[in-house]
Design a protein around this ligand. Structure first.
Ligand code: IPM
Ligand code: MN
Length: 356
């Protein structure tokens, strides 16, 4: 099969982790006889520095004509510490999501058996945790208008907007996921306070009878945040709006032992994007210490979701599990006397496993 992928390494540790995911992708393509075509483009702070735009038109054109996008991370302390900056790296990511119509961000949370003791939670609580968080990605507070500052700069507004159409399409996708898994959908909202949440809940209640084999339940987001810690194994598929999903998935990621382990797929109307859920970790940039596994696992999702290549994805997951079992890991999970390995050493290990 011919795989045309756009590679957007971005900022911070982005280039390092994407390189390892690419090494793994190339090894898998070689093994299974696929023809891989990669083209790289700028996004984020590096794109602002180079051309003044965090999501340049050329990058968008490349994404549109590719079969899948492998994305690293964006963000830079230069902008984080300057709340008045007019152009920000994050705008590049948001523009990409909006222009590619990526309304659903699929974030699977799986606990690797060899890492249960790395979790800040008791091993017994996390052992059976295995759920998918489906985050709405192109609506809500991230995109609502009006947004901005008053003329004197002393008041600010963000608006949360959701339409029926936006809610229905993400719920449909979430129901389909739940139907293929353990058939339990948890809709997370704040319907006791927010009108948008009441619309979400109303629409979910209308749709539920169409999915009789799926059990639908509702949780307020504050309660969901608590339940994630208290009883993570109680979830199967969770669906929620953009901002709640952003926050809950960072919380969910630590259950697995490291933020550096969670992959994601953003899917919707055009080309899908595969990216780790973590950020650009600027403190580690250029040091060859960041955990590449979230990006490597995102590449596995790319094989499965964008190309329907299940065996290829499974081989990557197997290699990742084997590296964890072997204790061949980066410093974020190298405890109990394990020698911390570099980003590229972990990538090399995975490639060897795949070739083996
Ligand atoms: C994520 C990130 C982004 C988000 C940032 C970088 C804009 O945190 O993908 O979760 O908030 O969506
Ligand atoms: Mn986030």
């Amino acid at each position: 099969m011919k795989l045309n992928i756009a590679v957007l390494p971005g900022d911070g540790i982005g280039p390092e982790i994407v390189e390892e995911a690419l090494k793994v992708t190339r090894a898998v393509c070689q093994k299974y006889g696929h023809e891989l075509h990669e083209e790289t483009a700028l996004v984020g702070a590096c794109a602002i520095d180079a051309v003044g735009d965090p999501y340049p038109q050329g990058t968008h054109d490349l994404c549109m004509r590719s079969d899948a996008v492998l994305f690293g991370a964006i963000g830079s302390p230069k902008y984080d510490n300057d709340p008045t900056a007019k152009v920000r790296p994050e705008q590049g990511l948001l523009a990409m999501r909006k222009k590619l119509g990526l309304y659903a961000n699929v974030r699977p949370v799986t606990v690797f058996p060899s890492l249960v003791d790395r979790s800040p939670l008791k091993a017994d609580l996390v052992r059976d945790a295995d759920f998918v968080c489906i985050r709405e990605l192109t609506g809500g507070l991230y995109f609502g208008k009006p947004q901005g500052r008053s003329e004197d700069g002393n008041s600010a507004v963000d608006t949360c907007v959701y339409s029926r159409e936006e809610i229905e399409r993400i719920l449909k996708l979430a129901y389909d996921f739940a139907g293929r898994r353990r058939k339990k959908l948890t809709v997370v909202d704040k319907a006791n306070v927010l009108e948008t949440s009441r619309l979400w809940r109303q629409i979910a209640q209308e749709m539920a009878p169409n999915y009789p084999d799926v059990e639908t339940d509702f949780l307020f987001v504050d309660n969901a945040a608590m339940r994630l810690i208290q009883w993570p194994a109680s979830f199967d598929v969770m669906v929620t709006e953009n901002m709640f999903g952003d926050i809950l998935t960072d919380e969910a990621s630590v259950i697995t032992g490291s933020l550096g382990l969670l992959p994601s797929a953003s899917v919707g109307l055009h080309t899908s994007v595969f990216e780790p859920i973590h950020g650009s970790y600027p403190q580690a940039a250029g040091k060859n210490i960041a955990n590449p596994l979230a990006t490597v696992l995102s590449a596995a999702m790319m094989f499965e979701y964008a190309f329907g290549l299940a065996k290829e994805g499974a081989l990557i997951r197997e290699a990742v599990s084997a590296s964890l079992d072997a204790g061949f890991v980066t410093e974020d999970i190298a405890v109990d006397g394990l020698k911390p390995r570099s980003t590229s050493e972990v990538g090399d290990w995975l490639v060897q496993y795949i070739q083996g």
